[in-house]
Design a protein around this ligand. Structure first.
Ligand code: CTP
Ligand code: MG
Ligand code: K
Length: 180
């Protein structure tokens, strides 16, 4: 059933959805690129900080532990067999989401986009690509068990919708400079 797939996709990706949003709240401090430039432009820019990356990653891993605790209750109530997150998978999803976003900033700077500039499609899916790639690297068995092609399809459709909605809310609350 489609609703089951949506629940599965959302649950499996939650440890990847939270880090970038937590980074917005935790950001500040030293930029990862230390101010270095490449071809006259910043390597990554001031929007990618050590603190945002570390706190965001930890938040994603912590959330996965909470989901592991809640999972059995959800399975009993809904009948949807949501996955548990082994630590390597949780770390892969959370750190991978941050690395995908960092890689996108590298691409943005190389293509002349200033910090905060929109990069449609890349902005909405960079962290998904990073999270899935790193989760597969960290725990391939878990990745293949969790992400069927159907679940992956839902992730690719659902994520941009959630991304636009959460960033729009963060913007309206004054937490984020731009609504994307
Ligand atoms: N942030 C951070 N570290 C990260 C990612 C995000 O500190 N690894 C914080 C920064 O304060 C950043 C804010 O979250 O400004 C919003 O993130 P994002 O939209 O990804 O960064 P931008 O400032 O828009 O920069 P860029 O153009 O490079 O995406
Ligand atoms: Mg931005
Ligand atoms: K971004």
């Amino acid at each position: 059933m489609l609703l089951d797939l949506v629940v599965l996709a959302f649950w499996a990706m939650l440890p990847a959805y939270v880090p970038n949003n937590v980074a917005v709240l935790a950001g500040g401090g030293a930029p990862i690129d230390g101010g270095r430039t490449m071809g006259g432009r910043r390597l990554l820019g001031d929007g990618k900080t050590w603190r945002g990356t570390a706190v965001g990653t930890l938040a994603g891993v912590a959330l996965a532990q909470a989901l592991n605790f809640l999972g059995p209750v959800v399975v009993r109530l809904t009948g949807v067999s949501v996955p548990a997150f082994p630590l390597p998978a949780a770390l892969g999803l959370a750190l991978g989401a941050m690395l995908g976003d960092i890689a996108a900033s590298f691409l943005k700077r190389r293509t002349g986009r200033e910090r905060g500039a929109a990069f449609p499609v890349v902005d909405q899916l960079d962290f998904v690509a990073g999270a899935l790639a790193c989760a597969a690297l960290a725990d391939l068995g878990w990745f293949l068990d969790t992400f069927s092609l159907a679940v992956l399809g839902v992730v690719v459709v659902l994520t941009p919708v959630l991304h636009v909605a959460t960033n729009g809310i963060a913007y309206l609350l004054g937490l984020k400079e731009e609504p994307y």
